[in-house]
Design a protein around this ligand. Structure first.
Ligand SMILES: [Zn+2]
Length: 583
């Protein structure tokens, strides 16, 4: 209707005046505020572009006009030219793509911002580009210890044992040797597997293998009667809560994340938490002061394991609050918990054993019954529910839990979610479609780990991040980076959706679930807005929506499939303001 009315207006000699009136009427009828603007001209006009609108017909337009923080014209160059005057900033796209800003529906802003390559960083990066061997990791630990007082934590993350020269995890002894007087945590790239040294394990009372019995089984790895230093999932998160990050470090990290997001064209995030409650306060403050620019849908969740997440969610529910409190910059999202481990450790809970190591068990922090009971509680409180569920067993718990909750209180309108939702099958997907469940998947992981996944999961790769099957079944799946666990870069993510190729060796992974670029863009924009109940406000380039936009270096729809990842973000706009321009 909007497009038709707009077209009608331009046919009239009273175009500008009439159009202004109709926009106002439309604003009212759509439940939006009336736009009290003078539409005699627009503030910003994009011309000569390939505008990927992601409207219901996937229309490609030429030009867009912005007034204040809203999109007020979408159409041809000629249409936009009628409302340009000398006050309008005109941006000539020269054939480049203009897209709705990307929406990353699973991101850890402070955690990702903690990363730095040198020994001063709050979390020292140990990815392959910084550490190729355990020796390199030890050298970094020595440097870090030299700069810290005895007893101060050294926190690291990023190594992948498969890529280290030694082809194994570091050991407790190696960390002790590098820093005998400082607690050290050395997390694998997935964040679910961590090696701690003796000083670190002591902070939770683990001094020998016998102490491991006081913690959930299988989470503290003991070999030949001795501690290895390896700690998994929930117990690892518990120890992590002892690591001290200052408020200043957290502010700095959030602002570094802000920069990374803008460079990637990401204009909204769903914030999956990090450093316990202080991050709610810090992120709200930074969003309110408009220092952190991307819009933040803050999921109630602590990464420090079950007791910490329960505390946050229970408190919120007890107050009688509901999902959605806040404004366009910061709002409270879903209530989240965490069932299993990760994809790449691997430590997720699968229905059948892993292919490479059938005796290695997946991690389950919640029982089937507990999951169902907790979902019911959140559903009855009229909140959006979600949980970290990676393996098909954990996902089955979630789907079953939603079915049980809906038996007495069907609430598909709450758009319940599943985070990661990595290993599924057609049955689980069909049931999700029926329940209106909106998974947030992380196809970007394929770029970093695709070959290893094939080793771990075998023919289950046919339903690994099953975007094709989910779209076909009508599931409103969205895309999250899960950075720092996966790549944040928007073009890497689009590349992974379309090409499903491990970019560490350029080997293709199972292609069953590959989707088209247009579909990938929709999942990364409109479906992201849908997952936070904001699809009427953002997620596509349509009249009346927020001016959250991204300009790319090329016409992305015309580059060859394998060149998608070479496309750059040229400009990022949030709220009608250019927040980033590539130099
Ligand atoms: Zn995450």
């Amino acid at each position: 209707m909007l497009q038709q009315l707009r077209a009608m207006c331009y046919d009239s000699i009273l175009a500008k005046k009439l159009w202004t009136t109709q926009i106002s009427i439309l604003g009212k009828s759509e439940g939006e505020k009336v736009m009290n603007c003078d539409f005699g001209y627009v503030d910003i006009a994009f011309k000569n572009g390939s505008v990927v609108t992601i409207d219901s017909a996937n229309t490609i337009s030429e030009a867009v006009g912005i007034k204040g923080n809203k999109i007020v014209v979408v159409g041809s160059n000629a249409e936009v030219e009628t409302i340009i005057n000398d006050k309008t900033t005109v941006i000539d796209l020269q054939g480049r793509s203009l897209l709705p800003g990307f929406i990353d529906t699973h991101y850890h802003p402070i955690l990702n911002g903690f990363f730095g390559k040198d020994e001063d960083a709050a979390i020292i990066a140990t990815g392959y580009d910084n550490c190729q061997s355990i020796k390199d990791i030890q050298n970094l630990i020595k440097k870090a210890a030299a700069k810290r007082k005895p007893g101060a934590w050294i926190s690291m993350m990023g190594y992948d044992q498969n890529r280290l020269a030694e082809k194994r995890h570091p050991t407790l002894e190696e960390l002790d040797e590098a820093a005998p007087n400082n607690p050290v945590q050395c997390m694998r790239t997935c964040g679910h597997v961590c090696i701690y040294n003796s000083k670190a394990l002591e902070t939770v009372g683990i001094r020998n293998a016998a102490d491991a019995a006081n913690f959930p089984c299988n989470e503290i790895v003991v070999e030949n009667g001795s501690l290895t230093g390896m700690v998994l999932d929930h117990t690892h998160f518990h120890i992590w809560s002892k690591v001290d990050y200052t408020e200043e470090q957290q502010f700095k990290a959030a602002m570094y994340s802000n920069k990374l997001l803008l460079e990637s064209g990401i204009t909204s995030i769903h914030d999956l938490g990090e450093c316990d409650k202080p991050s709610y306060h810090i992120m709200q403050k930074l969003c309110r002061e408009r220092k952190f620019k991307p819009r933040n849908y803050m999921v109630l969740h602590s990464i420090y394991g079950k007791p910490a997440s329960l505390e946050d969610v229970d408190h919120f529910l007890a107050l009688g609050l509901m999902t959605g409190i806040g404004d366009d910059y910061f709002r409270i999202g879903s209530c989240k918990f965490m069932i299993d481990g990760g994809t790449s450790g691997p430590s997720c809970a699968t229905r059948k054993p892993y292919c490479h190591a059938p005796n290695v068990p997946g991690i389950l922090g919640w029982e089937r019954k507990e999951v169902a009971e907790y979902i019911k509680k959140i559903n009855d409180a009229e909140c959006q529910c979600t949980s970290h569920a990676v393996g098909d067993l954990a996902i089955e718990f979630m789907v079953e839990g939603y079915e049980k909750a809906f038996a007495t209180n069907p609430r598909p309108d709450l758009r319940h979610r599943i985070e990661h939702c990595a290993i599924t099958d057609q049955d689980l997907i069909d049931r999700m479609a029926k329940l209106g469940v909106c998974p947030s998947c992380n196809p970007g992981f394929l770029a970093w780990n695709g070959t290893n996944y094939t080793k771990y999961y075998g023919d289950r790769m046919r339903y690994f991040f099953a975007l094709r099957s989910m779209i076909d079944a009508g599931v409103m799946v969205s895309i999250g980076s899960d950075a720092p666990s996966g790549p944040l870069n928007s073009m890497s993510i689009l590349d992974a959706c379309v090409n499903r190729t491990d970019r560490t060796n350029d080997k293709p992974v199972d292609q069953t679930q590959a989707i088209t670029l247009m579909e990938a863009i929709r999942l990364y924009t409109y479906n992201g807005a849908y997952a936070s109940f904001e699809e009427k406000k953002k997620g596509s380039i349509e009249i009346g929506k927020l001016a959250d936009l991204v300009v790319l270096s090329d016409n992305i729809l015309s580059v060859s499939k394998d060149k998608i990842r070479d496309v750059k973000v040229d400009l990022t706009m949030i709220d009608g303001i250019v927040e980033y321009e590539r130099q």
